[in-house]
Design a protein around this ligand. Sequence first.
Ligand SMILES: C[S@@+](CC[C@H](N)C(=O)[O-])C[C@H]1O[C@@H](n2cnc3c(N)ncnc32)[C@H](O)[C@@H]1O
Ligand SMILES: [Zn+2]
Length: 186
Amino acid sequence: MSKKKLTKEEKERKRIAKLTERGKSDFVEVRGSEIHGRGVYAVRSIPKEEYFIEYVGNRIDKDESERRAWAQYEEHEKTGAAAVYIFNLTKRWDLDGNVEWNPARLINHSCEPNSEAVQDGKRIFLQALRDIDVGEEITFDYGFELDCFEDHPCRCGTESCVGYIVGREYHDELAQLLAERETLKS
Ligand SMILES: C[S@@+](CC[C@H](N)C(=O)[O-])C[C@H]1O[C@@H](n2cnc3c(N)ncnc32)[C@H](O)[C@@H]1O
Ligand SMILES: [Zn+2]
């Protein structure tokens, strides 16, 4: 029996259905966050180093990636929303996770994150940096650079919060910069 040839639309639906399945996780659920908007919370304990959710999205080439990054930057200029959805995959390809079938896109930033995004082959996963208890909000370090830090106040509420969404490697530099500003004021 010959197999019916799928239409372009059917192929696309199948592709999205597959990725939607891959993006699901028994470890977490999406709900209102105390940090910002919606967030992702553990509904089962997650052991350290577990890959607990895949960050899925559409594979795009570098030219398209640059175009989307600029569009997101312009959106940022208008609304203040930070663009954090594009991950580097290979020399040729990036992954744009800004799609509603990617629940991991809703993970908020923290200055003391409990997970990190890791690449395994051509796929991106969120991996636990420590044991995570049921009910904890999942967070990772967005790794933003220092420029425009004032546009991104951080509400992670952790003890080591530096007040702005910037990558861990910039925390000391930012603390120094803020201290210098305080000195100038007084
Ligand atoms: C990828 S979204 C995360 C999901 C977001 N909470 C939502 O409901 O759409 C990134 C945006 O969430 C907000 N956000 C994430 N982490 C934050 C934090 N620690 N403090 C304040 N806002 C944060 C910022 O507005 C950022 O632009
Ligand atoms: Zn913070």
